[in-house]
Ligand binder design. Sequence first.
Ligand SMILES: Cc1cc2nc3c(=O)[nH]c(=O)nc-3n(C[C@H](O)[C@H](O)[C@H](O)COP(=O)(O)O)c2cc1C
Length: 199
Amino acid sequence: MKILGLSFSPRTQGNTEILLDEALSGARQEGAETELYSIAGKDIKPCDGCWGCRKAGECHIKDDMQELYTKMLEADGIIYGTPVYFYNMTGQGKTVIDRTIALGQPGRNLANKVGGVIAVAGSFGLVDAVKDLYFYMITRRMLPASFIAAYAGGKGDVKNLEKCMKATRELGQEMAQIAAKKFEYPAGGTHIAYGTHTR
Ligand SMILES: Cc1cc2nc3c(=O)[nH]c(=O)nc-3n(C[C@H](O)[C@H](O)[C@H](O)COP(=O)(O)O)c2cc1C
């Protein structure tokens, strides 16, 4: 079983990475293989809205997102970790999320993977980042686990939040425990009504 920690922070070894590391150590305690992937320094371009992935089955933009697609597809669980930038996830994070529109093909999608969320803010604005990532996971038919919402501004400050570190380790354990249960959505449609105009 594999759990991927995905950091949306451009600041390496900052609070998001520290918490992801802690969660992944919890997952390892439950026997999971783990990997931390950071978007820092990566070349991940925005989705250009071409919808070519619908026909081709994959995204035509050949950048670092291609290796991340593989890692996401191979994982049984993904922990999305983001700092809060202006009251939501980072722009880099949203870019990754948008590019996963290409993971919507039969046999090449995120369905039934366990999803967890870690969001870190300096002082204000955690809720939107957390809820937007949950809404995203539901539309991808992922299986939501818990979340961690932490206030820590300076690089590494989160290490001082003892309860938060403990809860984060437990999130990692929970991710692995849920993944081991191998829950699956019923096969078939997405059950998502995009609006009352859809037929
Ligand atoms: C461009 C930018 C925007 C930010 N916006 C917010 C914000 O809206 N609310 C907040 O509480 N903190 C904000 N912060 C602070 C970060 O969320 C905080 O420092 C966090 O710990 C960074 O996580 P990291 O160490 O993983 O990069 C912002 C930081 C930057 C660089």
